[in-house]
Ligand binder design. Structure first.
Ligand SMILES: *Cc1c(COP(=O)(O)O)cnc(C)c1O
Length: 464
């Protein structure tokens, strides 16, 4: 299996080189040259596998022989051994037509752990194998940074620096990042917003001399290995619901921001998993909902919501979908992305819109929808939703049919976003690992929104 860019200007690469590259050198995103298709017989065999065994079956189709099977098993077992639930991503039945798959049993209580625990192990493995120095650099609005730091803290050969907007992440997110005291971790708390942090990271990665000199590596969801690690739980979820759904069709509702998680679902479906509707759940930042409803993809005005990890205007993984939607025509993808750059939007024909609507359903939950869902599910089912999952539930209620079952992905534990739970006048008890954070010392460097200052901090960090 080789990997190519959505914009067609990168020589085909192997799996490891694809992971190391992150963003494709031509500005596109890396994707498999050909998506492997799993036959119905194989799917039946896979349906009883444990999480790790399923992971290994799926990855076997993608890593070639670049990682020996025994090594891959060890990496997977170590990654998912850190989860607090033996099933890794358990599925709970809420009602006859609704299941919730809990993706928050990893170290930082959000779904980012599923991919980033593995990515941490993988980077560490590559560093040991090839003697590579790996310097991870990223910006976060909260969950990615915490999960990435937990994925690599204390690991030999790796240093990680994460920028977060000072005072603009949830208290628990801030504590999860800054109470880590391993010497290979640097938290820069930037007086600015997430976009300021993201922009500085982009500028540093665009400086190829700097990037090469310090072996900079990315951890955001443009990295294909994150997408692939997430496809595993779509299979796992489908198999659990299938057991009980009888002949009913199975939908999956996904709280979405950067289109990374839902693209993993799309990939699972392309591999042959018969998911019926893939439901894109957004909040008031509803570029994706508008796209599915009207065929116009146009960034709108940024809104702050109760589900901050979905407060995104430009969904970076959208380009991967565009590639398949445009029948794998890289030249057309470049055209569309140029159009987005120059005209500020992409507009589809009626025929193309119907195609999109066969691929996805979508619903954008208002702030009020979100809080009302939290209250309703607490009252009716005694299940406490986090505000991101609540958007997924609102979308399930709008988009899933009466004769269908739906699995909604729970992307975070409610304790991470107590600020919103309090607004619903609900009191929750924090899990012990979260409660413990409040009495731990914090380690972070607060800096101005200034690229030169970031460079100074990084150079000191890399040479110490
Ligand atoms: C990151 C995140 C999302 C959005 O996922 P994407 O892959 O960016 O679409 C949703 N919910 C939570 C809790 C997150 O941390």
């Amino acid at each position: 299996m080789k990997y190519i860019s959505t914009r067609g200007q990168v020589e085909p690469k192997g799996f490891i080189d694809t992971v190391l590259m992150g963003l494709a050198d031509d500005g596109g995103l890396m994707i498999p040259e050909q998506i492997p298709v799993i036959s119905p017989e194989e799917l039946r065999e896979w349906s009883t596998l444990s999480y790790v065994d399923l992971f290994l079956q799926i990855f076997a189709r993608y890593v070639n022989d670049e990682i020996p099977a025994a090594d891959l098993r060890e990496l997977a077992e170590r990654s998912y051994g850190n989860f607090r639930h033996p099933e890794v991503t358990p599925v709970k039945k809420i009602s006859d037509s609704l299941y919730i798959m809990e993706l928050f049993h990893g170290p930082t209580f959000a779904f980012k752990d599923v991919a980033l625990q593995f990515m941490g192990e993988l980077y560490s493995y590559m560093s040991r194998k090839n003697g590579d120095i790996i310097h991870i650099l990223g910006a976060t609005s909260g969950d990615t940074g915490a999960a990435a730091i937990q994925g690599v803290r204390g690991k030999e050969g790796i240093k990680i620096c994460i920028l977060h907007p000072h005072g603009k992440v949830s208290k628990v997110q801030e504590l999860q990042m800054t109470t880590v005291d391993d010497s290979n971790v640097l938290n820069l708390s930037v007086k600015g917003n997430f976009d300021d942090c993201q922009k500085m990271i982009k500028d540093l990665f665009a400086d190829l001399t700097f990037k090469k000199k310090y072996h900079l590596r990315a951890i955001n969801s443009i990295n294909f290995v994150r997408i692939l690690a997430q496809t595993v739980y779509y299979f796992y979820a489908y198999f659990r619901a299938q057991d009980e759904s009888g002949e009913r069709k199975v939908n999956i509702s996904v709280p979405s921001g950067n289109f990374g998680n839902i693209f993993s679902g799309f990939l699972a479906r392309q591999m042959g998993l018969p998911i019926n509707k893939l439901i894109i759940a957004t909040n008031e930042n509803n570029i994706l909902e508008r796209f599915v409803r009207t065929g116009e993809y146009q960034p709108g005005e940024f809104r702050s919501t109760h589900s901050p990890s979905m407060d995104i205007q430009v969904a970076s993984n959208f380009e991967r979908y565009l590639y398949y939607f445009l029948k794998e025509d890289a030249a057309k993808v470049s055209d569309y992305m140029n159009k987005l750059q120059t005209e500020g939007k992409i507009v589809l024909s009626q025929e193309d819109l119907e195609h999109v609507q066969r691929d996805f359903a979508a619903y954008g939950a208002s702030n009020q929808d979100c809080l009302q869902s939290i209250i309703k599910y607490k009252n009716e089912y005694d299940y406490l939703l986090d505000p991101h999952t609540a958007c997924g539930i609102a979308a399930y209620e709008q988009c899933s049919g009466p004769e269908e079952v739906c699995i909604t992905l729970a992307t975070a534990h409610p304790a991470k976003f107590d600020e919103s739970i309090v607004l619903c006048e609900i009191e929750q008890e924090f899990p012990a690992p979260i409660q413990a954070l409040f009495s731990m010392p914090q380690h972070q460097t607060i800096i101005d929104h200034d690229l030169n200052e970031v460079v100074r901090q990084l150079e000191a960090f890399y040479t110490r």
